[in-house]
Design a protein. Sequence first.
Length: 97
Amino acid sequence: MAYDPGAIDATLAAAVGDEPQLIAELRESFLDSVKRCVGAMKSAETPDAWAAAALRLKGLAASFGAVRLMALAAEAVTGPAHDGAVLRRLHRAIDRL
């Protein structure tokens, strides 16, 4: 799967135009939301709570064109709760954003 680190910025630019400050603020809000979703996954007490947090992450990633993050979230939804390998890959993907 291709990874395009500029997809988020392109999506934001298409939505708000050539407003670098606004794009930066929205990007930061996106990253905060992504981190909250992953935090919810880590603290999930049940497999259903894990899957729900992963679904929120998948939708968020899809909204911003973060294809790799979306694919990892989809994997988390269908895989076992608290999968350490998925969490590590999610963290790497987030670091690349």
